[in-house]
Design a protein around this ligand. Structure first.
Ligand code: ZN
Ligand code: ZN
Length: 633
């Protein structure tokens, strides 16, 4: 980043004066532009092309020779690199700005494509300029954008370029919707609003927006804050929307009870029931969340899954969006993000999302035990669980957070996700702190103290947002402070190393125990199936040192027959279940147009299931600790 020296010597340089005079602020920026206005139109929804204009007014004495416009490579909350520039077309630069309703003839400026994400426009002798481009979007997702005949739903990072060196500048946004379509987002001051002012580009792209003729909104209030539940349903709601809103309110009450009042006036849950069996996502923002369910609200399982996502995303209001790792904002969108702390940011949010389902009363104890048991089963059976630590998993986020892979990988055998791993670290750490302090302190206290120290009371470290980000070591320090004893050994063994978490010790504090038993799921020989590949029985991955690997099977093989009989992916486990450990089962697979015969020598069952159980002999003290944990005291 450029330092302030050039503008510092110029008198009345407001930007630099502001930068240097605010105590504790250690960043600098270019002289701000006089104005940056984004105009978004969507005149042909069926084309899936968003029409973007960026109008820029340069400072009167600007010496800048050119201006760069850049499309982000990824967007906050999802860490895989997607290169949004690939969907940009018809980039054009014009000298001047034309008032919205007027017709102007503006000279066309030459444009140089500098690299894969950057367009350069000369600005010598230019007072103002207008950029125009179209960007294709046809994915209903918290990361991408969709424009079609039903609606426009966008994540700003995937459609709005930023002006290089001017991300800190204030920006204006004006949206021109198709006739009859209504706009909504988490920053509505009035119902028919079409223009917004944002403190900077980062906050503008944090404001996911929905534009359609037929979304619904239900509202409620908690502790003087307004909450809106916007729903756009593409399938039958089964009359469940009113109950959904009531249960969302219960979750909001449980989470605000833990954290205290959130730092906003109003918040919007923007929920889509896509009814396409494909689109599913949850994405956190400062004053809203975007939740997309692949089913219809009226369908089995969709209701519960929506609330589960609501509990997770709303927790992000504090953990991630405001209390954040130092690397999470402002961001460098020219390369993937690296932080060691996603197990805190996402993993602890996963833990608390589930705990809040219990605290809100939406789940009972059994539902909570079942969910945590499933997470333990998943992590303890994962190929990478003894290879990849929670910190390493955080650093690997660009590879594992929904990343597409053109090159084949061995991640199924080597990686774990920081979501479930962080969830289990959170649960075990919470019970450990509660146990070691006889229920007087908890992870809740750690989170509140972190929020206070880094968000509420931390000096503003950057232009982006209040407070400053934390480092992993800060979290570790606060945990030990709250626990009243040094817990650095816990972090060394279970966060930076790959040792099995001390489940037994942790659960014992709450009068619970963890039972390990042979999995009920049938023996699979070490194979997983590619369910995406329609109409064929193809191997997705082969577990290391498994019967399948010993037989020479590999990912991409299409299984034709097992034990001499034709099998399909729906019934192959039943066929395999007819054999016992030690049996030799002939297998034929198709690989590269050839049919290959091999033999699967079945091993002993190697999958285990875990179950959290209440101990009959739990002491009153253990029961009290458990009650405090589940109720939030
Ligand atoms: Zn919609
Ligand atoms: Zn999350």
């Amino acid at each position: 980043m450029k330092l302030c020296s050039r503008t510092f010597i110029a008198p009345l340089s407001l930007a630099c004066w502001l930068v240097l005079s605010l105590a504790g602020i250690s960043f600098a920026q270019e002289q701000p532009l006089r104005s940056i206005t984004y105009r978004l139109a969507m005149s042909r929804p069926v084309s899936h092309l968003f029409e973007v204009a960026i109008e820029v007014e340069l400072p009167k004495d600007s010496k800048e020779q050119y201006m760069d416009f850049q499309m982000a490579k990824w967007s906050p909350g999802r860490y895989a690199v997607f290169d949004f520039a690939k969907n940009v077309q018809q980039f054009q630069a014009l000298d001047g700005i034309c008032p919205p309703e007027a017709k102007c003839k503006m000279p066309v400026l030459p444009v140089t494509r500098v690299d894969d994400q950057t367009w350069r426009v000369p600005t010598i002798n230019t007072q103002s300029l207008t950029i125009r481009y179209k960007v294709f979007g046809n994915d209903l997702s918290g990361t991408f954008s969709q424009l079609d005949s039903r609606h426009a739903n966008y994540n700003g990072g995937s459609i709005f370029m930023y002006v290089v060196n001017h991300k800190p500048d204030p920006v204006k946004l004006a949206i021109d919707p198709p006739a009859g379509w209504r706009i909504t987002n988490g920053r509505m001051d009035r119902a028919d609003q079409r223009e917004w002012q944002f403190p900077n580009w980062d906050v503008m792209i944090d404001t996911s927006t929905e534009i359609a003729p037929d979304w619904t909104v239900d509202s409620f209030g908690v502790d003087g804050k307004k909450y809106h539940v916007v729903v756009h349903s593409f399938g039958d709601e089964g009359g469940k929307r009113a109950k959904l809103v009531r249960d969302i309110e219960k979750i909001v009450r449980a989470e605000t009870a833990m954290w205290g009042p959130p730092d906003f006036d109003s918040y919007t849950f923007l929920i889509h029931f896509a009814a396409d069996d494909v689109s599913g996502d949850g994405m956190e923002h400062l004053t809203s969340t975007q939740i997309i369910e692949p089913g219809a609200l009226g369908e089995e399982g969709v209701y519960g899954s929506t609330l589960d996502t609501v509990a997770h995303e709303f927790f992000h209001v504090w953990n991630v969006k405001r209390l954040r790792p130092a690397e999470l904002g402002p961001w460098d969108f020219t390369r993937p993000l690296n932080t060691r702390s996603l197990w805190i940011a996402e993993g602890l949010t996963n833990y608390y999302g589930h705990l809040m389902m219990r605290r809100s009363g939406v789940w009972d104890d059994t539902a909570f035990w079942r969910r945590e048991s499933q997470t333990i089963t998943a992590i303890e059976n994962a190929g990478g669980t003894r290879l990849m630590s929670a910190e390493e998993s955080s650093l690997a986020a660009p590879f594992i957070d929904d990343a597409p892979h053109a090159q084949r990988t061995n991640l199924a055998n080597t990686a774990i996700s920081y979501y479930p791993k962080g969830e289990l670290i959170g649960m075990v750490l919470d019970l450990t702190i509660r146990g070691k302090t006889n229920g007087k302190a908890s992870l809740d206290d750690v989170m509140r103290r972190m929020y206070d120290e880094f968000y509420l009371k931390g000096p503003n470290a950057t232009y982006y947002l209040r407070g400053r980000g934390y480092m992993g070591a800060d979290f570790e320090r606060v945990v030990s402070e709250v626990a009243g004893q040094d817990l650095s050994e816990f972090f060394r063994r279970y966060v930076r190393d790959v040792e099995t978490l001390p489940y037994d010790e942790a659960f014992a504090y709450a009068g619970l125990r963890l039972v390990r038993e042979q999995a009920r799921q049938p023996y699979d020989g070490g194979l997983t199936i590619d369910w995406q590949k329609k109409g064929s029985f193809t191997i997705a991955s082969v577990r290391e040192a498994s019967a399948a690997e010993n037989a020479g099977l590999q990912a991409g093989d299409e299984i034709l027959a097992l034990g001499g009989k034709r099998v399909a992916r729906e019934n192959w486990l039943v066929s395999l279940g007819r054999f016992k450990p030690g049996d030799r089962v002939p297998v034929s697979v198709k690989r590269n147009r050839r049919t290959i015969q091999t033999t699967l020598v079945l091993g002993p069952p190697d999958r285990f299931e875990y179950r959290i159980e209440e101990r009959k002999d739990a002491t009153p003290q253990q029961k009290a600790l458990r009650a405090g944990w589940l109720k939030g005291s």
